[in-house]
Write a protein that binds this ligand. Structure first.
Ligand code: HEM
Length: 543
């Protein structure tokens, strides 16, 4: 029996000794024929299984073969892959302090710096309590109006397409509207990306593409000496990032020059209807006692921009995809939209009233979680409970993947997991074979906007869970509901058959009748866009 060589203390930087230890453990297991030190099987497979932008599908195949957790190695890298709600609950909530963002923080650092997503525990502890109040009730209520306002140019541009080509690529349209919303709400900047292409908008996309590319690249080549000067892709990325940083720096200094310090309680009572600048940046700058330096503020804004934009766009894309595939569900959704809002811009109260639309958003997030997997690194050795899988020792320095995709599509927790069934969240469910799992209890999300991780005992984690849970969850759900309601009310969509091939349909063998294909970066994208035929909806038919 081998000893695990222990180095470092909890909270200390993970050092080479720890990584070497993880590597040694794996090498000895692979080549030395030793029993596993951590109690986990090693997945044997081809790199191609996770390549080509479908890593989450490859990991699901391995999960079905090896259970949770298993180890997955490529080259010198290895990840412990955890796909079980009870183990997720342990990792995200109970033993959260033993883990940090690891590889994710390394990848995102050049873009988000010490923003909340990659933030080390020390920075996070200071910034999280200052950022959470920015999402207060009055602001969120005001934002609902802004979501409607930002959707109007989208509707106008769709109307133009109805009158011309009758065709539209909706993934791109949803991305544009989500970018406009995040720009105005977070830093009062109008990207206007639905109507025009600007260098700033291009810079945002370039930063996003690079972030995605990095999250899929095993070796951080951008850290190599001179790489940033010599590699054209990196030179372009750095130039785009500078453009974007300059815009943010300018907005921050303007906000700081007009600072009017207030206590959090006063800020939370602001009359947003009369505010000249209702943005989150204004709130963060004006908060008394939060004298944050410009660099930290910029990191926070950039984090919101990246985190809050593509995720929501992806949810809208897959919601439209599923609604197009499921006409009865679409009819039910339209009945509710027609009854509650008709042609008005939705209000906060309407969102509460449109429970079915919220269920559609939640079910989309179950089948297409954004991001499809979470990333952690173990900071101090830990024992993982068996849950519905096996017990394991997590070695200090071990990198971890937590594929939400596997948990959300596990038949043991979600019967008929491959069926798009928004009403599943209204039915209680327990699995007697897994007594450690408390089951799904609809009573527990009563009064909340969406069926959260508590109601599902960590089997539904669209916004993560525990201390590092998403701060923009309610914002995002409301934004998706408003956009879906406004677009679906006015337009009828069908898949554009000229754009899909048999290859796309075969992409996802378990989900037959899947005409667009999936690939992933930070979020799940379609392979070649959500190409649709678009018509104006005959509203009277439905009323
Ligand atoms: C964190 C999902 C929208 C800001 C997270 C996490 C998930 C997530 C799964 C946890 C990551 C982890 O544990 O590693 C989503 C989805 C969204 C969405 C699916 C849309 C449908 C937003 C929006 C904002 C936002 C609109 C801001 C305006 C953040 C931030 C964190 C985060 C700052 C880090 C929280 C922390 O570490 O304390 N999000 N998010 N997200 N999200 Fe979101």
């Amino acid at each position: 029996k081998l000893d695990i060589m222990k180095t470092g203390e909890p909270g200390e930087e993970i050092i080479f000794g720890d990584s070497a230890n993880v590597l040694r453990t794996n090498i000895e297991q692979i080549y030395g024929g030793y029993p596993s030190l951590d109690g986990c099987p090693l997945a044997e497979g081809e790199l191609a299984d996770i390549g080509d932008g479908t890593m989450f599908i490859g990991l699901q195949n391995y999960f079905q073969k090896y259970g949770s957790p298993f180890k997955f190695c490529f080259g010198p890298k290895s990840f412990l892959v955890i796909s079980d709600p009870i183990q997720a609950r342990h990792l995200l909530r109970d033993a959260n302090k033993k883990y940090d963002k690891g590889v994710l923080a390394e990848i995102l650092k050049p873009i988000m710096g010490k923003g909340l997503i990659p933030a080390d525990p020390e920075t996070w502890q200071i910034r999280r309590p200052q950022i959470v109040p920015a999402f207060h009730k009055k602001w969120l209520e005001y934002m609902v109006g802004l979501f409607g306002y930002c959707n109007e140019p989208l509707i106008e541009s769709l109307n133009k397409l109805v009158d011309t080509t009758g065709k539209v690529e909706m993934e791109e349209k949803f991305c544009s509207v989500a970018l406009d919303i995040i720009g105005l709400s977070v830093f009062n900047f109008n990207f206007g990306s639905v109507t025009k292409e600007s260098p700033v908008v291009k810079a945002v996309y370039s930063a996003l593409v690079e972030a995605e590319h990095r999250s899929m690249t095993p070796a951080p080549y951008w850290d190599l000496p001179l790489a940033n000067e010599l590699v054209p892709r990196l030179r372009k990325f750095n130039a785009d990032l500078k453009l974007l940083n300059d815009v943010l720096d300018d907005l921050i200094s303007r906000a700081k020059n007009t600072r009017s310090e207030e206590d959090i309680e006063q800020l939370e009572q602001r009359n947003y209807a009369e505010a000249k600048d209702p943005s989150m940046l204004r709130f963060l700058v004006d908060m008394r006692g939060a004298d944050i330096d410009n660099k930290q503020l910029r990191d926070d804004l950039m984090t919101m921009l990246v985190a809050g934009h593509e995720t929501t766009a992806a949810v809208l894309t897959w919601a439209l995809f599923e609604l197009t595939k499921n006409p009865e569900i679409k009819a039910k959704l339209l009945e509710e939209i027609d009854r509650v809002i008709g042609d008005r811009r939705p209000t906060f109260e309407d969102i509460k009233e449109m429970k079915y639309v919220r269920l559609v958003v939640a079910e989309t997030l179950r089948m297409y979680p954004q991001p499809p997997l979470l990333i952690r690194r173990c900071r101090t050795e830990d024992n993982l409970p068996a849950g519905g899988g096996r017990e394991a020792t997590v070695i200090r320095g071990m990198d971890i993947f937590l594929p939400l995709y596997n948990i959300h599509r596990d038949e043991r927790f979600w019967p008929n997991a491959y069926t798009f069934d928004p009403e599943r969240f209204t039915r209680p469910y327990k699995n007697p074979d897994i007594p450690e799992w408390a089951g799904f209890d609809p009573e527990k999300w009563n009064g909340k906007l969406y069926p959260n991780e508590i109601a599902s005992d960590f089997a539904f984690l669209p916004f993560g869970g525990g201390a590092r849970k998403c701060v923009g969850d309610e914002f995002a759900v409301m934004e998706a509901v408003v956009t879906l309601a406004m677009v679906m009310r006015r337009f009828d969509f069908e898949f554009d058959p000229s754009k899909f091939t048999d290859v796309d349909i075969m992409d996802h063998p378990k989900d037959l009748n899947h005409p667009v294909g999936m690939k992933t970066g930070a979020t799940i994208h379609t392979r070649r866009g959500l190409n649709m035929l678009i018509k104006r909806r005959n509203v009277s038919e439905f009323q």
